[in-house]
Write a protein that binds this ligand. Sequence first.
Ligand code: SIN
Length: 312
Amino acid sequence: MSVSTKTSIAGVELDSYVCNASGPKCTAYSELAELGKSDSSAIIMKTCTIQPREGNPKPRLARIGEHGLVQSMGLPNLGYKKYVEFSTKLKKYGKPIVASVAGFSLNEYITLVEAFQKSDVDLIEVNVGCPNIEGKPQVGYDFGQMRDLLSLTCGLGKKPLGLKLPPYFDPAHWDAMADLILDYRVSFVSCINSLGNTLTIDPWTRKTIIKPKKGLAGLSGETIKPISLANVRAFCERLGGKVSIFAVGGGVSGVDAFEFLLAGADALQVGTAFEINGADCFTYINKGLITMLKYHGFSSIEEAKGKLEYLQ
Ligand code: SIN
């Protein structure tokens, strides 16, 4: 049986279900070019800000367990103008290019979205879930501010605009965010950013493992998969197929990819496994997904999408 993992997000076609997530290894042009040559089905660039940023003091990233990371990078990036330039240079790889943006004010979000609307990117992901900026609460947890942000950025151009959301833990929050997404016709969501403000301690030195924010950092990788799955499913149920869903958070294998597909995700972004294992992850996760699809008798992403069953 021939099986395809071709898919699409907001009408933009992806050659496979698996691509990178915005993260540390997609900041410099050389890293983005590596993604261009890899089996990642898109090139998602590091979240950028108006000004270039060094990010938070080190140590700011550490492995935990076999498949986990804590990080408080603090959005180190080259400034949005560079990523606008990169989007043109990256076209030669023939795959969709995704901008990721974070403003420190509503006006900054407008400037960023306007700039990428005029660029060569295919999708614009507005990051409202970065937990790592000292003194800056995550916009995605402030539904009033989210309404302002969406009312100011959604009509700025024709390229599909999406939201990278923080994890939510309560159905009332899924309801509120889904209403906003539908009201403003957001084209896609990426669920979820890292689980913010977690603490890891070295019991031998009695110190925090991460330096910024008194050791508080975003948790990602395998441990957060049940939270990502729940968020993907919650938005799949509430958005009724009108908005595409990128799963992100804890997808490290083909089996994970299949679970996100059953939960209703249109595609999977891989962050931690890419950070730890490099670009081979896109190849082996996609191959593993094909094996799972074959095992269950599905020949395409569309056939299996959202087919999660509940215990009776
Ligand atoms: C960071 O640079 O701190 C991570 C970006 C994010 O979590 O959105």
